[in-house]
Design a protein around this ligand. Sequence first.
Ligand SMILES: O=C(O)CCC(=O)C(=O)O
Length: 280
Amino acid sequence: MAVMETSLIEAFDRDGFVVVEDLFDLSELEIFGSIVDRAVNDRVGSDFRPLDEKSLYEQSFQQCMNLWEDNADLKEFTFSQKLGAAAASLLGAGTLRIWHDQALYKEPGGRETDPHQDWPLWPMGPARQITAWIPFDGSTMESGAMGYSPGSHRLGLAKFSDITRELREEPYPYFDHSEMEQPVWVEAPQGSVVFHHSLTVHQARANTTDRTRRVYCVIYFEDGCIRSRSHWHQSLNRQGIEDGQPVRGPVTPVVWPRPPGDFPESPVDLGSPPKTGFRN
Ligand SMILES: O=C(O)CCC(=O)C(=O)O
């Protein structure tokens, strides 16, 4: 098991999210931020639609998944052992696989990200997943800081709020709202990583600045999770994983632990990852 301050592990267990400061230095952020900028531009740079012509989901961010697959120079960051070790310590997992990575670039004027849980979008169980949310420039209330409902990961599954399909129901009618804390807004300093559990209810503020909020995420799951539902997901369907089967294969390789400098091959035989968005 990796080493992590006990107070941070306790905070993650209690709240379902935690900020880990100083995980990356500025030179790493500059190098990998430029790689992700280029990768996002390759995927969506020819989409010149103004924000008001996009779907509400797309107005929250430009989402580009599995960038590690077609950007070999990103693998050192995606498969970073210090990042994986931090995630493993917080989740209490012995081996972590990648579910997918993603850029979430909130454009200037980009609207808020609606409250949701991640796990309902991900047809695997049990709910043993953790997201590392990495803001290359830090995040502020103005640029699109995240907000987390502390302890909501302990309340189980809320009513499925599928923000990707814009079923904009009243939030979480299955919850007794008196039970759920108001969101805690987190301004993450540059170099920090904010981790959240897949059942934690979270959201993000609008970007009212004139700069893109550049965020890259790595989403991990504990080795041994199985496909638990049949709805389409590229991480499963591309590698032919059926209900009940363990989520193992070249699209979801082991991230941690790996020997230093050893990166997985890109699964070129399984077709390209989606160019953008969740179901676009
Ligand atoms: O960055 C955002 O605006 C939302 C992030 C999010 O929902 C996630 O990382 O699960």
